[in-house]
Design a protein. Structure first.
Length: 211
């Protein structure tokens, strides 16, 4: 796979991710929910930190997290470029492209959204207001996809969780998170194909050694 193909994948994912986030941010009040199907809802929340709302404590916690994400994206970008130049498996290149696009999509929120929007609590957010809710590098990540497929009481014979109320699945996420999870899933479930050189690359390496 060529670099331009990977770039196209990244562009499309970031475009869809940002469109969905901006739409929800400007059309939903915080924690507003719209039922699409009984098992799929749009539920607007904002994530202060990492996955599942994990945060780094302290005055500079959010800034540290955002800077870390930026460095991570540069690392993933180099991994992608190196994999394309070395003609690694298409499985690997697609997976890295998905992970990079998802990370980039969430970084845009963290870096820009604090100054792009005002607060969504009790009102619809607007673009570039005078009363923006945060500062550069202190934006909140917008989440909206919610799939409460099943909810009920677990059997009493189960250890630890028996008899407790359980909902599957309870996470609320965005398109960038979905892209990252898909990329990681490809690396896990197609591990052998992802990290095995294509036949043409193997032949080229063998030819180079003979020369």
């Amino acid at each position: 796979m060529k670099l331009r193909h990977a770039t196209l994948i990244i562009f499309i994912i970031v475009l869809i991710d940002q469109f969905s986030k901006i739409y929800v941010k400007t059309n939903f009040i915080y924690e507003e929910e719209v039922e699409v199907f009984s098992w799929f809802k749009l539920h607007f929340i904002e994530n202060e930190g990492m996955a599942w709302g994990t945060v780094i404590p302290g005055d500079y916690g959010k800034l540290i997290l955002t800077v870390f994400r930026i460095f991570a994206v540069f690392g993933i970008a180099y991994w992608l470029y190196d994999s394309v130049m070395r003609e690694k498996s298409n499985f690997l290149i697609v997976a890295i492209s998905l992970i990079f696009a998802g990370a980039l999509g969430n970084i845009i929120d963290s870096v820009l959204y604090g100054v792009m929007f005002n607060d969504s609590h009790g009102q619809l957010a607007t673009f570039f207001p005078h009363d923006h809710y945060g500062t550069w590098f202190h934006g909140r990540v917008v989440d909206m996809f919610y799939f409460p497929i099943w909810e009920g009481q677990l059997p009493s014979w189960l250890p630890f969780w028996g008899g407790q109320n359980f909902r599957f699945f309870n996470a609320i996420f965005n398109f960038a998170d979905f892209a990252i999870s898909t990329g990681v899933g490809i690396l896990i479930f197609f591990n052998k194909k992802s990290f095995t050189l294509p036949e043409k690359s193997i032949s080229r390496v063998y030819s180079d050694k003979l020369d």
